[in-house]
Design a protein around this ligand. Structure first.
Ligand code: HEC
Length: 202
């Protein structure tokens, strides 16, 4: 099924529980969205005009998945296995929980993708294996159906030093996500816990 259609179906099913305010931790704003989910202000994306402010707390968020050398074009990395980068994908905690429980990402969901190059040399006592060296990229995606026609905005913060970033047009980033990602334009097929949660709902 097309991801956008699937979200619509899940939203309709969840609609009946949208009024349930539950028990929110202190400081949470009970913000009901189209699918009855809530986003705590500390995790909500911040914009400066139309630019996304780098979500600095992301390294305290759940790690959705990690991979090595995942590439989007055919052929090996130009510099061989040693030039493959480590990928880490983080997601804000409320959205992580929402997906595990309901199989949906609420409005305001933020993902961060970090790329690390491999460290040059082994550090003793390690004699084999590879580990992360310098961070070379920090990208983000934000679910916001009001701001972005495709439903998701995509951003590139260079190596992470940049404080804000412009949204990309959807042909640059979203087109591949919407075509190939398994749930709601998110590559859940590469994120073990989220993938398991989705499989369990089938
Ligand atoms: C040709 C396909 C393709 C294109 C184009 C693409 N991505 Fe992705 N993206 C992926 C794949 C595959 C993953 C899975 C995780 C990984 O790569 O480590 C991913 C994951 C992500 C994630 C983590 C959340 C998720 O949706 O799974 C972010 C954030 C992200 N990409 C940002 C971007 C940005 C920003 C652009 C445009 C500059 C972009 N992507 C363009 C294929 C693509």
């Amino acid at each position: 099924m097309h991801p956008a259609v699937r979200v619509g179906v899940v939203a309709a099913v969840l609609g009946s529980s949208a009024g349930d305010s539950g028990t929110l931790p202190e400081g949470w704003r009970a913000e009901t969205t189209a699918i009855g989910e809530r986003m705590p202000p500390s995790e909500a994306p911040r914009f400066d005009g139309h630019r996304l402010v780098r979500p600095d707390a992301f390294d305290e968020w759940p790690l959705a998945g990690a991979s090595l050398g995942l590439a989007y074009s055919p052929g090996g990395a130009a510099g061989g296995v040693r030039s493959e980068t480590f990928h880490r994908v983080y997601v804000n905690p409320a959205s992580y929980r929402s997906f595990l429980r309901h199989g949906t990402f609420p409005e305001g969901t933020t993902f961060v993708l970090e790329l690390y190059e491999q460290a040059d040399a082994l550090a003793l006592p390690a004699r084999r294996g590879r580990y992360e060296g310098r961070r070379v990229a920090l990208e983000a995606s934000v679910k916001d159906r009001e701001r972005f026609q495709s439903g998701w905005g995509y951003f590139d913060f260079g190596n992470g030093a940049q404080r804000t970033a412009e949204p990309f047009d959807s042909a640059t980033c979203h087109s591949c996500h919407v075509e190939h990602a398994r749930a709601d334009s998110v590559f859940v097929q590469f994120y073990p816990r989220l993938r398991d949660a989705l499989d369990a709902r089938r």
